[in-house]
Design a protein around this ligand. Structure first.
Ligand code: RRO
Length: 306
C-alpha cells in the first residue's frame, strides 16, 4: 500500500495529516469537533477547560481587526467535572486524536484537570499557559520560567499521554520559555497563542471589547508566529513544534514546516471556511510532489539549513 506523505508522528501522536484545529475556535462538543475532522483535520484541540465552570466575559468579546480577529472570551467553559462525559462521547465519535486544552490558577489545578482529561480518554493534553488577558492564569504563568516549570512538572507527574505546552508570543525570549517547558517534561510545544492587543471605537471613544484588552489572531500575526517557531527551532531542534498563527493556505503551512514546525494548528481561518483543512492538505501534498519529497517531515526546519 502507498505510504501517505501527509502522515505525521511526533511526541507519541500519529496524525493522518499535519493540520489541527486550534483551541478555542469550535468549542468542546463532539459534534462540532467531528465536523472539523470530517472536513479534513488531522487532530482537534478543545477550548480550554478548567476546574470550575466559567461564563467568560460579557459582550463584546470578538471584533474583526485589520487582518484577523481580536477576542477576549474570558475562558468560558463547563468545567472538567461535566466535560469528562463529553470527552467520552468524543472518543466514540472522532476519527482523529483529541487534544484537551487545560488551564488552571495553580500548578495543582492544572494537574487535577489534566489528570481527569487524560483518564477520560484525551489522546494528549495541551496546557494553556498563554491566554493574554485572563488574570492569574495564562500568560502570567507562561511568561515566568520558574512558574511554568512548576506547572509542567506537576502535570507531567500525573498524566501518561503526550503533554503539549502552548506558548505566548507576548514575551521577549520565547525560546527560553520553550526550554523551561521541555526541561520540565513537555513533549511538544505549540507556538503561539494570540498577541495582546486593543481596538478602540472612535464614535463611542471607548475600547471595543468589554474587557478592553484581547488576543489578536489571523493573518496579522503570521509573521510573528513564524518567527517564534523559528526561534524555538534554533534553540530546540529536536523538540516537536506545532505552529499556530494566521495559517490560511497551504503555503502558509509550508512556511511553518520550513521554519521548524512538525504540524500546524488552524484557528481564525476556520471562521471563513471549514474546508480549509482539506484545502491545506491538498496543497501541501501537491507541493511535496512538485518538490519530489516523500513526507512533511522532510520539510521540517529546512529553511535553517545553509
Ligand atoms: O478565552 C479567551 O479569551 C482566550 C484564551 Br483562553 C486564549 O488562550 N487565547 C485567546 O486569545 N482568548
Amino acid at each position: 500500500m502507498e505510504r501517505n506523505p501527509l502522515r505525521v508522528s511526533f511526541a507519541g501522536l500519529e496524525l493522518e495529516n499535519p493540520t489541527i484545529l486550534a483551541s478555542g475556535v469550535l468549542g468542546y462538543s463532539a459534534e462540532s469537533l467531528d465536523r472539523v475532522v470530517r472536513a479534513g483535520a488531522g487532530a482537534v484541540v478543545t477550548k480550554s477547560i478548567g476546574v470550575e465552570p466559567r461564563v467568560g466575559y460579557v459582550n463584546p468579546t470578538l471584533v474583526q481587526a485589520e487582518a484577523g480577529f481580536l477576542n477576549a472570551m474570558g475562558l468560558p467553559n463547563p468545567g472538567i467535572g461535566v466535560y469528562v462525559q463529553e470527552i467520552g462521547h468524543c472518543k466514540t465519535v472522532l476519527r482523529a486524536p483529541l487534544v484537551v486544552s487545560v488551564f488552571g490558577y495553580s500548578a495543582q489545578e492544572y494537574a487535577g484537570v489534566a489528570k481527569k482529561a487524560a483518564s477520560a480518554g484525551a489522546d494528549a493534553v495541551e496546557l494553556n499557559v498563554s491566554c493574554p488577558h485572563v488574570r492569574q492564569t495564562g500568560a502570567e504563568i507562561g511568561q515566568d520560567p520558574k512558574i511554568l516549570k512548576e506547572v509542567v512538572e506537576n502535570v507531567k507527574a500525573v498524566i501518561d499521554v503526550p503533554l503539549i505546552v502552548k506558548l505566548s508570543p507576548n514575551v521577549s525570549d520565547i525560546a527560553l520559555l520553550g526550554r523551561a517547558a521541555v526541561e520540565a517534561g513537555a513533549d511538544a510545544l505549540t507556538a503561539v497563542n494570540t498577541l495582546k492587543a486593543v481596538a478602540i471605537d472612535v464614535e463611542t471613544t471607548r475600547p471595543v471589547l468589554a474587557n478592553v484588552k484581547g488576543g489578536l489572531s489571523g493573518a496579522a500575526v503570521k509573521p510573528v508566529a513564524l518567527r517564534c517557531v523559528w526561534d524555538i527551532f534554533e534553540e530546540l531542534p529536536d523538540v516537536p513544534i506545532i505552529g499556530c498563527g494566521g495559517i490560511s493556505s497551504w503555503s502558509d503551512a509550508v512556511e511553518f514546516f520550513l521554519a521548524g514546525a512538525s504540524a500546524v494548528q488552524i484557528g481564525s481561518a476556520v471562521a471563513f471556511d471549514e474546508g480549509i483543512f482539506n484545502a491545506v492538505n491538498r496543497g501541501v501534498l501537491s507541493y511535496l510532489r512538485r518538490k519530489h519529497l516523500g513526507s512533511v517531515k522532510e520539510l521540517v526546519g529546512l529553511a535553517h539549513r545553509s
